[in-house]
Design a protein around this ligand. Structure first.
Ligand code: H79
Length: 582
């Protein structure tokens, strides 16, 4: 009998689940194990995890690149010009036709060094590129398919190796997006919203398990062994049961230190949560990363020219950093290999701000405040970086803070001390008349002790719901994190949450996180306070499925109610907070 083999003591953030894997699952993946007993995988300690994630936490800002044969459609199929990387699925293009179109993917202008330098000049510290998106096409020569750069395009040469080399030469980390389940070309790959095993073209019919065994698993092994990526960014766990995810998770042992996201499949948490196309209103506990497009689409679309502004992107980076997250900002290069100029311009704008203000972003952690009317704050130990978006007209910055401050300076004028006026539950800082930066002016505030801020009134509130599902109680909405949600039972279309505060409070705003679910909930909300025995409406409107932050005229009350109405699905909230005046 062979001795049991132990996988190396690396952890991929998935090891707790791995410890209970059946040996057969791993054996199937070529990991030699003794078939007679359970496989043991050493569980990573918190300190080991901190070490593994240290570079990623320091980095804060990364470049996402969506590139594939969809780029060659430039967003257009027949009359419709609104497509992105989902073009094959949304337009239901037949497999043979889609494959033939790859002949037009010929990146003759590809300059990976220029891409990496653009990322670096933007202040980005890592890159994640689509090694294979849902179209199933591999940007590198894969041994297990002819649906790849080598066999299906005129270019024929590996696109990943030169980018990996360029990134490493410039000191950036590099990772791969890999669509492990969805694959619209290979038979048996998942097709979202179609039953397992089928799609819109008979050529797609096939067995999901055979697909995973013959395409996904060997391709992930190719990617890990050939390029040693720093990140594996799984996407969409369609039909991914625990049993199906396990062999892919086990492969990560091939790349000690790798960081993965939470999208592999059921039972595998990964390292990072992944809000897509939004910034969660109150952030998430643990490591998280908002991924976002500059325009509308991830993949290149020639008509997608309404871009987020540079200032908007800078403030998003600040906002994300203030809640302890990372920002993975996307570009969609053309089939020729060019990043559209508008996207390059936005990267340069963010880079110009970061070049001056990087100290307030890189390596910082979540700021202590729940909400600030004038901006955001990041933290480095007992130092706070106050990011002022709305410069105070009266020259006084009001900081809701209980800790003792020792000094405040503008980030760019460290020699000039700003006068501090401590009050019982806040600190007032005298600031110059004019904002030093039109987008976000940074004040460095040093404290004599770790920051403590006045507690949120909603954390101390007792909360009740008009209806709730078992396991998704009202209290989840005030647990201080957006990670768990309150949810009404199936069939309920309108429901409310009542908040009873221990004492009346002067409140002037609120934040409501919606749960990160597909499809997005898109609810209507009405917030009211009980004043003199009557309900007074404070704020009402529609959410976009990503939560809402609102302000209203200050009101003193001890009872508040938010009513949610939801057309698709049941009303729900991940977090609800009331904000007092500063
Ligand atoms: O790669 C990007 C997306 O293509 C991918 N994740 C990011 C990083 C993604 N895969 N699935 N989803 C996102 C969720 C599904 C979104 C959809 Fe749609 C809504 C599919 C159909 C409607 C967006 C809008 C895509 C096509 C139309």
């Amino acid at each position: 009998m062979k001795h049991p083999r132990f996988l190396p003591a690396i952890s991929v953030g998935l090891t707790l689940a791995l410890t209970t894997l059946a040996p057969a699952l791993l054996a199937q993946e070529g990991v030699t194990v003794d078939a007679s007993g359970p496989v043991t995988v050493a569980v990573e300690t918190p300190a080991q995890r901190d070490t593994r994630l240290a570079w990623w936490r320091e980095a804060k800002f990364g470049l996402f690149i969506h590139w594939g044969t969809y780029s060659a459609y430039a967003g257009q199929y027949k009359e419709n010009k609104n497509y992105g990387e989902w073009i094959m699925h949304t337009a239901k293009i037949p497999v043979a036709e889609y494959r033939a179109h790859a002949e037009t993917f010929n990146p003759v202008a590809y300059d990976p060094v220029a891409w990496v330098r653009a990322a670096k000049a933007a202040g980005m510290r890592y890159i994640v590129i689509t090694a294979k998106h849902h179209e199933g096409f591999a940007l590198y020569p894969s041994d297990v398919t002819d649906w790849d750069i080598a066999d299906a395009t005129p270019w024929k040469k590996d696109l990943l190796a030169p980018l990996v080399a360029a990134a490493r030469a410039e000191g950036l980390h590099i990772g791969f997006y890999y669509s492990q389940a969805q694959d619209w070309v290979h038979a048996g790959g998942a097709k979202a919203r179609f039953p397992e095993g089928g799609g819109w073209d008979a050529a797609q019919n096939g067995d999901t398990d055979v697909y995973l065994r013959t395409i996904a698993v060997p391709q992930v092994r190719e990617l890990l062994t050939r390029y040693q990526p720093d990140i594996l960014w799984w996407d969409t766990p369609t039909f991914m049961t625990k049993e199906r995810s396990a062999p892919l998770a086990a492969l990560l042992a091939l790349r000690p230190g790798i960081i993965t996201n939470n999208r592999l499949g059921s039972g595998f948490a990964g390292d990072t949560s992944t809000p897509e196309q939004f910034v969660p209103v109150t952030g998430y506990p643990g490591d998280w990363e908002t991924c976002m497009t500059i325009g509308r689409n991830w993949g290149y679309n020639a008509n997608d020219t309404q871009l987020k502004s540079g200032p908007d992107l800078i403030r998003k980076l600040v906002n994300i950093s203030s809640m302890g997250g990372n920002f993975l900002l996307n570009v969609g290069p053309t089939a020729e290999g060019l990043i559209p100029q508008g996207q390059l311009d936005r990267l340069a704008e963010v880079g110009a701000w970061l070049a001056k203000n990087g100290d307030s972003i890189y390596g910082t952690t979540r700021g202590p405040f729940q909400s600030l009317t004038w901006g955001r704050a990041t933290r480095r130990g007992d130092r706070l970086y106050l990011h002022v978006f709305n410069w105070p007209a009266d020259g006084k910055l009001r900081v809701p803070l209980l800790s003792r401050a020792t000094s405040a300076t503008l980030l760019h004028s460290p020699g000039v001390k700003l006068a501090l006026h401590p009050e019982p539950a806040r600190l007032i800082i005298d600031v110059p008349a004019d904002a030093p930066d039109p987008v976000s002016s940074v004040i460095v505030l040093d404290l004599a002790e770790p920051p403590v801020v006045p507690p949120l009134v909603t954390r101390a509130a007792s909360v009740t719901a008009s209806a709730e599902q078992p396991g998704q109680p009202a209290a989840n909405a005030t647990d201080g994190t957006g990670a768990k949600r309150w949810r009404a039972p199936a069939g309920v279309k309108s429901a409310w949450l009542d908040f009873n505060l221990p004492a009346p409070a002067l409140v002037q705003g609120f934040g409501a996180d919606e749960p990160d679910v597909w499809p997005r909930l898109k609810q209507r909300y009405t917030l009211a306070a009980e004043v003199d025995g009557l309900w007074r409406e404070l704020s009402a409107g529609a959410t976009d499925g990503h939560g809402v932050v609102g302000r209203f005229a200050p009101v003193t009350a001890s009872r508040f109610r938010i009513t949610m109405e939801c057309e698709k699905g049941e009303p729900g909230l991940a977090e609800f907070q009331l904000y007092q005046a500063e």
